[in-house]
Design a protein around this ligand. Structure first.
Ligand code: C2E
Ligand code: MG
Ligand code: MG
Length: 320
């Protein structure tokens, strides 16, 4: 157990005790947001920002019913076949005033407030519905990869939800990949193992996302029916220039292969990164070099261009 502490100074400006408590509470929430188990001293700027957080929360509650959420898709390609094997579903929020908003700006709040449950369900159902259309127009083996949050693992009937979403779209379990971050998976290992076991047996492809960025207990990795490790962009970003990140990338790929898992490198932006990953036997890549995340209506074109437009064709000798 740890404690997060908010402190406000009684400076004579306060007239009512409630106001002192309110400001200390605001400071405490800031301490939690900064990673918990710390203290934070209140300042006036926090009041403004807590009001804007509150507004954001109110807006987010309505975002689904107002149809402001969007799913963007980013291709994952196989380095062996140079084809798009799957599309990662990444949520966006078309906010009426803020414009197109990235998940980093609202998913932490969604996680804190529990709104991640309806959002996660909506993303899963939307992604499968879109996939069904792409499979029907000819991309028969295409998969979608959907991110699962720690809350969904803990409090939602994830298995029931997945079954129902597959049933409603008539897609086989093999069409779906679920991405679980390392930290989410480790949060409650027993519970995660139970849920993933059922999902894995159904035939769903499970990936550990952002591998290497948090505390990972390698011994547990074996207990989850995982198929892929996704190397976090924090490592791929700096290869081959930074020796430590390059060494970590080597180690993750070797570990994955020793455990008979395949590797998806995220955040591949240029050919130098690619040229480093290929000889290591990395199986899949994802990143701006191939395509940025795109709205659903742009995806058929992306799929049709693949693989002839993929810039990795420029590296034939290293690929063979
Ligand atoms: P993630 O699952 O690790 O997704 C990869 C992130 O890297 C995406 O950011 C993607 O746009 C970005 N990215 C991909 N290629 C490149 C590249 O070459 N260079 C750079 N600099 N970035 C690249 P995005 O879309 O902002 O999503 C951030 C995170 O939000 C995701 O990280 C995921 O953890 C979370 N997220 C997104 N959608 C959902 C969702 O539907 N449910 C849940 N629970 N989390 C989601
Ligand atoms: Mg992901
Ligand atoms: Mg990731």
């Amino acid at each position: 157990t740890s404690a997060s502490i908010g402190i406000t100074m009684g400076n004579g400006d306060y007239e009512r005790p409630e106001d002192i408590i309110r400001d200390a509470d605001t400071a405490m929430n800031r301490a939690k947001a900064k990673g918990r188990a710390r203290y934070q001293i209140y300042d006036v700027e926090m009041h403004a920002s807590s009001i804007s957080q509150l507004e954001l929360e109110t807006d987010l509650r309505r975002a689904i019913e107002r149809q402001e959420l969007r799913v963007y898709y980013q291709p994952i390609i196989s380095l062996q076949t140079r084809r798009i094997t799957s599309l990662e579903a990444l949520v966006r929020w078309q906010h009426p005033r803020r414009g197109l908003t990235l998940p980093g700006e609202f998913m932490p709040l969604a996680e804190d407030t529990g709104l991640v449950l309806p959002i996660g369900e909506w993303v899963l159902r939307t992604a499968l519905t879109d996939l069904k259309v792409w499979r029907e127009v000819g991309f028969k083996d295409l998969q979608v990869a959907v991110n699962v949050s720690v809350r969904q693992l803990e409090s939602q009937d994830l298995i029931g939800l997945v079954k129902s979403a597959l049933k409603d779209t008539g897609l086989p379990a093999q069409a779906l990949q679920l991405e679980i971050t390392e930290s989410a998976a480790m949060h409650d290992v027993e519970q995660t193992a139970k849920i993933l076991d059922v999902l894995g047996k159904m035939g769903i492809d499970i990936s550990i996302d952002d591998f290497g960025t948090s505390y990972s207990s390698l011994g547990y990795l074996n207990r989850f029916p995982v198929r892929h490790l996704k190397i976090a962009q924090t490592f791929t970003r700096n290869i081959p220039d930074r020796r430590d990140d390059t060494a970590i990338t080597h180690a993750i790929i070797a570990l994955a292969h020793a455990l008979k898992l395949t590797v998806i490198a995220e955040g591949v932006e240029n050919e130098r990164q690619l040229a480093t990953l290929i000889p290591l036997g990395c199986e899949y890549i994802q990143g701006y070099m191939i395509s940025r995340p795109q709205p659903a209506d742009a995806i058929v074109q992306v799929l049709n261009e693949s693989p002839k437009n993929l810039k990795i064709r420029e590296l034939p000798s290293q690929l063979n």
